[in-house]
Design a protein around this ligand. Structure first.
Ligand code: 9MR
Length: 400
């Protein structure tokens, strides 16, 4: 290039300031990303190089729950493009990774950690102590008798040291204790009556788990993780638990609000209240398992029957309501960016969601029990459709 021609004060008679102004005007008027419809399959519209993680780079990491299947093929390409944090959906849970006292199944968890490391993706560990997908052997002595509290806590410590120790420095945040708060409306019953609670005769296992995790990996951020954390009664119970942990100087960094939500749940007020309350304690928040089902709440169906109103598909009306709910919650997330350190979706696309197998679980995402019917009724809860294309709901969270 000949610099002497470029350096002239005008080009073809048009003064340089005028040219600069026209370029500026053009850049300003070009949409950052165009709104695409999920029916425009085959192309990913918008900025060709940007994914959710890029739109949110000044806010918080955007994560996704992964299984082994997601590490290959089209899911993995989508994950690498859109997300900068991952959570193993199942592969680090106690029952899977530590099925008997002397056996650890590391293979899947290792693969997930390697995948993340090779793509510079952060990892949230999920989870170190839960009443579900638990390791049944932990609760029993050699003759099948219930273990003592001391032995149970020793086993919990060994487990946490083994798992958090193995991934020390690689997992940046752990869900240390999952869902230890009671679901009923009885405000006096704060804790879930789990095996952990019953054998310890109280909630000591919660503080113990945090202390062990901190000892095993002092750099990891430690979270208490639960669902329905915006519902007033449960919110207060979670608050009590957190306050007590803080008073007892337990090493806890924040709260995971799972965010298995519905079209009208939570309301903006409920979401703000939950955030205000938790952050008033000096804790950070991660939305750890976000999805918004389009299935409408119904009364519990009788066994073997299809719930009325369920499985109506992804109608334009449901889509519009989902878009509005996604937009509302992300608007609030951005307002609270100072406190929010991660937003993670639970599964990659509407092709597969854990909710699809919860036919009767219309009343409640994570609250649906193991006796819930397993009939497939699609929930369409994510930002990518069954062909892994960006839905209109996607654009409602990145157009801001
Ligand atoms: O998505 C998980 C699903 O594959 C498992 O079958 C299920 C077992 O309970 O756990 C699901 O993940 C749960 C998460 O670990 C904790 N919060 C509720 C999630 C949905 O049930």
């Amino acid at each position: 290039m000949n610099f002497s021609t470029v350096n002239k004060k005008n080009v073809r008679g048009i003064p340089l300031p005028v040219i600069a102004f026209i370029i500026l005007l053009f850049v300003q008027c070009t949409p950052k990303h165009q709104v695409a419809s999920s029916s425009q399959t085959g192309t990913i519209a918008g900025h060709p190089d940007k994914g959710l993680k890029d739109y949110y780079k000044n806010y918080f990491p955007i994560g996704v729950a992964v299984s082994m299947a997601s590490l290959h093929g089209p899911d993995s390409a989508l994950i690498i493009k859109e997300f900068n944090s991952i959570t193993p959906e199942n592969d680090m849970k106690m029952g899977l990774i530590h099925p008997s006292e002397s056996i650890y199944h590391w293979a899947n968890a290792d693969k997930i950690v390697d995948f993340a490391a090779s793509h510079h993706i952060k990892i949230r560990g999920h989870n170190l102590c839960w009443h579900n997908q638990e390791a049944a052997w932990m609760f029993k002595g050699p003759n099948g008798e219930p273990v003592t509290k001391e032995l149970l806590l020793k086993r919990l410590k060994d487990h946490i040291f083994a798992v958090a120790g193995r991934y020390k420095g690689k997992i940046y945040a752990w869900d240390v204790v999952n869902e230890a708060v009671d679901d009923s409306n009885d405000t006096t019953q704060v804790y879930r009556k789990s095996n952990w609670y019953n054998i310890c005769n109280g909630p000591d296992f919660i503080a113990a788990a945090f202390r062990y995790a901190h000892e095993a990996d002092p750099q990891a951020k430690l979270y208490y993780n639960d669902y329905n954390s915006e519902h007033p009664v449960k919110r207060e119970k979670i608050y009590k638990l957190l306050k007590k942990l803080i008073e007892d100087r337990v090493p806890i960094d924040g709260v995971g609000m799972q965010a298995h939500w519905k079209l009208n749940d939570p309301s903006p007020d409920e979401l703000r209240k939950a955030l205000d309350e938790v952050t008033s304690l000096g804790l950070k928040v991660q939305f750890t398992e976000l999805d918004i089902t389009v299935r409408l709440p119904q009364s519990t169906p009788s066994p073997g029957t299809t719930p009325q109103g369920a499985g109506q598909g992804y109608t334009p009306e449901l889509e519009a309501r989902q878009i509005a709910q996604y937009k509302m919650v992300f608007d609030i997330f951005r307002q609270y960016k100072k406190f929010i350190t991660n937003v993670t979706f639970w599964n990659v696309s509407d092709r597969y969601s854990w909710l699809d197998g919860r036919g009767g679980g219309l009343m409640g995402g994570a609250a649906a029990g193991s006796n819930t019917s397993r009939q497939i009724i699609k929930a369409y809860p994510l930002l990518f459709d069954e062909n892994r294309q960006r839905k209109n709901a996607y654009w409602s969270v990145v157009n801001f």
